[in-house]
Structures are given as structure tokens and as C-alpha cells.
Design a protein around this ligand. Structure first.
Ligand SMILES: Cc1ncc(COP(=O)(O)O)c(C=O)c1O
Length: 482
């Protein structure tokens, strides 16, 4: 048996060459990548149904197996035919960065375990604040995604707001219940965070929205006043900088104002739409985001990063440290040579952390932010194109208006009753998954089921949009004939 897990330089070269070939094959026909491959669950499970491999196998043969079972069956997140959820297509430089990151295996937890990676993460936080016009003093941390970014923002919110009760030690024991406010369109990660933080989702006040799916400010105010009168402690407003259903942006300036008036924390969920505020033509829509106490962002969305990477920004580093610092003898920095070192483990929940910021840094350097903004702009333009195609078609109906890159719509056919329209749109979801040419999912707007296309992929063109409608029409007609 070998004395380490390493291959010889020559063997490694061969494995890397094979890997390079597989990567090149991924991109060779990317513009024709299907949205989904409809293998039955049991079949996929059977490919991996084997006991613990106690003996190794040949790495080249393993890569062949990986190509067949993993790469060739992958859902088409990279390609232009993915419209479901919020699936950005990644980018080539960032996957190279991820590979290099794991090659050097830095731990972005203590400065001396990854000096360059720590400074890179700090720099990415500065650049991010710059992109969205947030305070240059901002502190922040790379997290796994939008959900973790909101949990982090709300954790800091709770701990700082409840500073005088010392919740880090006392918990929420004996306090009047905290209440949190957001619109009915707010992402479910806010509910999850509120429940994890011990506040309880019963104390999450979901306020109705106006006809544009933005939070109703009058109802918000009335609810806060009613809660105060009833003995609750209103503590945080969560504003949307782009909802997941339709891309609605709340009136963030008004929310910041209300939060200030009632002495509350103001958190913004910018996981979907926060970064696109960097486009000059959209800036005005986001007025007030710069006043947030914390902001959740997602780089695996509109910065086209491969999963996973999100980011929480707060107004300064101190509030992160106040929430997360915990003394531990073996982590003590007192004997280290110089103390201008920022320790991420003192500013976040995780101790060991991958150096996620590196791929953002490398891709911003390689492409330049202007080029990334051009791709965001293209996504917006393609969405306007899709909306136009829908409104001018006799057999589709547009169901939402967005400033961002989400279009909700229904297939209406040409002679279908209301009930048939409802049924066929629901039937389209499994039928399109089975067909596989495009991948699109649905949602409900005010209780009504709609198809929802999210356009967030730098590899799409007007041809992809035409193809989407052609495929939906084709599959719908097949369902109608059944
Ligand atoms: C507005 C919004 N917030 C939060 C999230 C959760 O982000 P993640 O999937 O990265 O946890 C999403 C995901 O789509 C989102 O659109």
C-alpha cells in the first residue's frame, strides 16, 4: 500500500488532462444543453447503490464513470435552457478558482491559516459594498447562500438589538416577544431564520402587498403600532430588494424610515436582486437599501458564481464580532506576531471555512465588473423580450410585471376554458420535466398557479427565449390532444 494519497506527478498529469477534456466537452455544446434528463429516481439511485468501496479503482476509469453517470446526466444549470428557481450559469474562471482553492486547501478562519485568502475576502467585501453603494465601512462575511446570509443578518440583528438583555448568555428567556415584519412575498428563508433564532414564526408578521407585490406601508405601520399596544417588541423589518416570485422591490427608503422611527433593525433581502442595483438605470428603484443595518446577497445568483456563495453585509465589523466572538484557548491570538489581522472565525459562526471569496475575486479581475453588468443588462433585456413575445402571442398570457428578470405567465391556448387553462398549466410542469428540452417551474401569485421564468444566465440569447415558448407550446398541444 502507498505511503500517501498522492499520485506520481506523471499520473496526476494524466488525471488532470482527462479532467480538462471533460471540462472542454461540457462547454463544447453548451448552447444545446437540455434543461433536464428524465431518469426515474430509482434508476439514478441504482447507479450509486454499492457498498463502501474498501479498495480503490483506477482514477481515469473513475472519471469515465463520472462522465457517464454524473456529468452527462446533470441538470442543465450551465446552459441556456434553464429557467427554474434562480439558477445562474456559473462562469469558467470561478470554477478554475474553486479548483485552485481546494488544491491549496486554505482555511479562511484565522488570518495565518490563509493570509492571502483572508485579505481577498476583506477586499471582496469592500468591492461588494462599492457595487451596491453601501457604506465603505461595511463588515461582512462570505456564507453559503442567500438563506445563510439572511440568517446571519438576523442573528446580528437580534443580538445587537437585545444587547442590554445579553441574549448570548440569557437567551430570550423572560423577554417580551420580539416581532419581525416583512411582506407576504418575502422568501421562506426569513421564516426559517426567525424560527432558528428562537423568535418563533408566530411573531413574523407577513404584511399584505400592493398590486405590484410591494409591501403595503400603511398596513405595516398599523401592525407595528398594534403590536406595541399589545405588549410585543417590534424589532426588525425585512425589506425585499427583489422578491423570488416576481422580482418586486419594496419601497426600501420608506422601510428604512419606519425602522428608524420605531427604533428597529432594518434587514434587506437582496439575495435575488441586490446586486443588479449596481446598474445605473435601476439605482433609483433601490433607494434606501444603503440605509439597511444588514443586507443578504447571493453571488451564485447575479454574479454568475458556481454554488455555493452568498454574502452578508453589515454596517461595521464590530457588530459581527459582538455576535460571533467566542474565547477558546487554542484559537487565542495573543501570542501572534502582529494583531492587525482580521480573524473570520471571530466574525462568523463557522470555524473552518472554505475560501469562497477567491472565485469572486478571480472572476471580477478576469472579466471586470463592467462585463458582468453587461450580462445582467442582457438578462433584463431578454426578460423584456420574453414579456413582449408573450403579450403579442394569442396563446400566452403575461401574469406579472417586473423591473428585474422574472416573468410569470400562463399558456392559454386559443380556445381553452378558464378551468382548462388552470389544469394545463399545472400539467405542464411534469410534462415539461419529462420532455426535458427546457427546465421551468411555477409559483402562485395571489393563489393562482403560473409558470415562472427566471432569466439569469449569460449564455442565453433571443433564440433561447423563442425556443422556450416553442417548447412550452409544443408540449401543451400534446397534452391537449391526450
Ligand atoms: C429573494 C431570495 N432570498 C433568499 C433566497 C435563498 O437563497 P439560497 O437559495 O442561496 O439560500 C432566494 C433564492 O432564490 C431568493 O430569491
Amino acid at each position: 500500500m502507498k505511503n500517501s494519497l498522492d499520485y506520481s506527478q506523471q499520473e496526476l498529469q494524466g488525471i488532470l488532462q482527462k479532467t480538462t477534456d471533460l471540462v472542454m466537452q461540457q462547454y463544447a455544446n453548451i448552447d444545446r444543453q437540455d434543461g433536464f434528463h428524465d431518469y426515474p429516481q430509482a434508476e439514478v439511485a441504482s447507479w450509486f447503490d454499492e457498498p463502501l468501496p474498501t479498495e480503490g479503482c483506477n482514477a481515469i476509469a473513475l472519471l469515465d464513470h463520472v462522465k457517464q453517470r454524473v456529468l452527462d446526466t446533470a441538470t442543465g444549470n450551465l446552459g441556456p435552457n434553464m429557467y427554474a428557481y434562480v439558477m445562474a450559469g456559473g462562469n469558467q474562471i470561478s470554477s478554475i478558482a474553486d479548483f485552485l482553492t481546494s488544491t491549496i486547501n486554505q482555511n479562511a478562519t484565522k488570518w495565518h491559516l490563509g493570509p492571502a485568502m483572508t485579505e481577498i475576502e476583506k477586499r471582496v467585501i469592500k468591492w461588494t459594498a462599492d457595487m451596491i453603494n453601501y457604506t465603505p465601512e461595511a463588515g461582512g462575511v462570505m456564507v453559503s447562500g442567500g438563506s445563510a446570509a439572511t440568517l446571519t443578518g438576523l442573528t446580528v440583528a437580534r443580538n445587537v438589538f437585545c444587547r442590554k438583555f445579553n441574549v448570548n448568555q440569557q437567551g430570550l428567556f423572560g423577554m417580551k416577544p420580539l416581532t419581525v415584519y416583512c411582506s407576504t412575498e418575502t422568501h421562506s428563508s426569513t421564516d426559517k431564520s426567525i424560527s432558528l433564532l428562537g423568535i418563533g414564526t408566530k411573531q413574523l408578521r407577513r404584511i399584505a402587498t400592493d398590486e405590484q407585490f410591494k409591501i403595503d406601508l400603511q398596513q405595516l405601520r398599523a401592525q407595528i403600532e398594534a403590536d406595541l399596544a399589545a405588549g410585543f417588541t417590534p424589532f426588525c423589518i425585512v425589506g425585499n430588494a427583489g422578491t423570488v416570485n416576481t422580482g418586486a422591490i419594496d419601497d426600501l427608503a420608506a422601510l428604512a424610515d419606519i425602522a428608524k422611527q420605531f427604533d428597529m433593525w432594518f434587514h434587506v433581502d437582496g439575495a435575488y436582486g441586490g446586486l443588479v442595483s449596481s446598474l445605473p438605470e435601476l439605482k433609483a428603484k433601490y433607494a434606501g437599501m444603503e440605509l439597511a443595518d444588514s443586507i443578504a446577497l447571493d453571488f451564485h445568483k447575479w454574479l454568475y458564481q458556481p454554488f455555493e456563495i452568498g454574502c452578508t453585509l453589515v454596517r461595521n465589523w464590530d457588530v459581527l464580532r459582538e455576535s460571533y466572538f467566542k474565547q477558546a484557548d487554542y484559537l487565542d491570538t495573543a501570542l501572534e506576531s502582529k494583531t492587525d489581522r482580521l480573524e473570520f472565525n471571530e466574525h462568523y459562526f463557522q470555524l473552518s471555512r472554505s475560501a469562497k471569496a477567491f472565485k469572486v475575486w478571480m472572476s471580477l479581475k478576469a472579466y471586470g465588473f463592467k462585463q458582468i453588468q453587461a450580462m445582467m443588462k442582457k438578462d433584463l433585456e431578454l426578460t423584456r423580450y420574453l414579456e413582449k413575445r408573450i403579450t403579442s402571442a394569442p396563446d400566452f398570457e403575461l401574469m406579472s410585471q417586473s423591473d428585474l428578470a422574472i416573468a410569470c405567465f400562463r399558456y392559454t391556448g386559443e380556445q381553452l376554458s378558464d378551468e382548462q387553462v388552470v389544469n394545463i398549466n399545472q400539467a405542464l410542469i411534469p410534462a415539461l420535466e419529462k420532455d426535458g428540452r427546457v427546465f421551468i417551474t411555477g409559483t402562485r401569485l395571489r393563489g393562482e398557479f403560473v409558470l415562472r421564468a427566471c432569466i439569469i444566465n449569460h449564455r442565453k440569447t433571443t433564440d433561447s427565449i423563442d425556443y422556450l415558448l416553442d417548447v412550452i407550446r409544443d408540449v401543451a398541444q400534446k397534452i391537449s390532444m391526450e
